[in-house]
Design a protein around this ligand. Structure first.
Ligand code: NAD
Ligand code: UDP
Length: 330
């Protein structure tokens, strides 16, 4: 297939491009570079042997998006492009709603106009809100605690309505849990601007000595060691999930959790990082972070049954690959 990948130079998009190329798909990347670097394109060339077609455009710009639809024969769209910093979304709600919702509307509109019937969307486990894990796709969604989360819930709703109104428009809504790690080459990985908000990139920076110590947000949750529990998933497992999702897309709206099904606490992740990489990660326990929930992990059964996809990489793989990327690129 010829697949348009929006946000294809970002963390998850770039790893997915590798898997798409590996599975003989042609990739057209569009990215505004608002949160990624052009060097990633050369890294993708180095890893895959193929230099994908690339356009630096903002996917909220309908005229520019349409030019791409007119220039290329496109069979499907994987829409990663979006702003994703939860805290920033609270202080800049309009930027988040505008970017994340207009991009989804422009792309789905262009798909309808140009007869493209396959659309895969990056959603998030955040749409479940605070419900008991394991989280299942059929659970009712809850209001999220920030504008970022709302953009995911509203985008899901928009795409569902568009699909229901247009028989030939099939959608896959992929709810990611906590993507971490990097490609095993160490050539691409997670490279956030500024001080990371997420646990794994923060840990790698502390281990490297770029940040003094990790703040562990709370050890008084109802979990085995009191720290928050999440379902960390290796980004290459996630990338493989996207290939399965677009190759096996059924008619209508399809919702899948992409997670491992296993909850891991903050301290378990930090201890695994130190042990596997033989490096120290100084940390201190501080108060809870507002908006955090205690436990969040997937029931990943549906994706296995319907897509034949299952995460195979371990926590050890995740911490090793995350560290390799940090060491090789700093
Ligand atoms: P990322 O920031 O690394 O990648 C997103 C890419 O989209 C960046 O390269 C950015 O430059 C680009 N982009 C943003 N707005 C754009 C626009 N209007 N036009 C063109 N390009 C634009 O983020 P990521 O971690 O790879 O996340 C990819 C998607 O998955 C996002 O939609 C994110 O919300 C979603 N998601 C991420 C996580 C996570 O923890 N990383 C979890 C759940 C869902
Ligand atoms: N966390 C932490 N210190 C940090 C960043 C995160 O203790 O500097 C914890 C956070 O409270 C949560 C887990 O690590 O329990 C994962 O947080 P992250 O922001 O990576 O993902 P989230 O699940 O919140 O989207």
């Amino acid at each position: 297939m010829n697949i348009l990948v929006t946000g294809g130079l970002g963390f998850i998009g770039s790893h997915t491009v590798i898997e798409l190329v590996k599975n003989a798909h042609e990739v057209i990347i569009v990215d505004s570079l608002v949160n990624s670097k052009i060097e990633v394109l050369d890294r993708l060339h180095e890893i895959t042997g193929v230099k994908p077609t690339f356009y630096q455009i903002d996917v909220t710009d309908e005229a520019k998006v349409e030019e791409i639809f007119l220039t290329h024969k496109i069979d499907g769209v994987i829409h990663f492009a979006g702003l994703k910093a939860v805290g920033e979304s609270v202080s800049k709600p309009i930027a988040y709603y505008y970017n994340n919702l207009v991009s989804t509307m422009v792309l789905s509109k262009m798909c309808l106009k140009h007869g493209i019937g396959k659309f895969v969307f990056s959603s998030s486990a955040t749409v479940y809100g605070d419900q008991p894990s394991p989280l299942k796709e059929e659970m009712a969604l809850q209001k999220t605690t920030n504008p970022y989360g709302e953009t995911k819930a509203i985008s899901e709703r928009i795409l569902t309505d568009v699909s229901q109104a247009n028989d030939g428009f099939a959608v896959s809504l992929l709810r990611y849990f906590n993507p971490v790690g990097a490609h095993e080459s160490g050539l691409i990985g997670e490279d956030p601007n500024g001080i990371p908000n997420n646990l794994m990139p923060f840990v790698t920076k502390v281990a490297k000595g770029k940040l003094t110590r990790l703040s562990v947000f709370g050890n008084d949750y109802e979990t085995a060691d009191g720290t928050g529990v999440r379902d960390y998933i290796h980004v290459m497992d996630l990338a493989e999930g996207h290939v399965k999702a677009i190759e096996n897309l059924s008619k209508g709206v399809n919702v899948y959790n992409l997670g491992t099904g296993t909850g891991v606490s903050v301290l378990e992740l930090v201890n695994a990082f130190m042990k596997v990489n033989n490096v120290d990660v100084p940390y201190e326990i501080v108060g809870r972070r507002p908006g955090d929930i205690a436990i969040c992990f997937a029931d990943p059964e549906k994706a296995e049954q319907e897509l034949g996809w299952k995460a195979t990489r371990s926590v050890e793989d995740m911490v090793r690959d995350a560290w390799k990327f940090e060491v090789d690129n700093s």
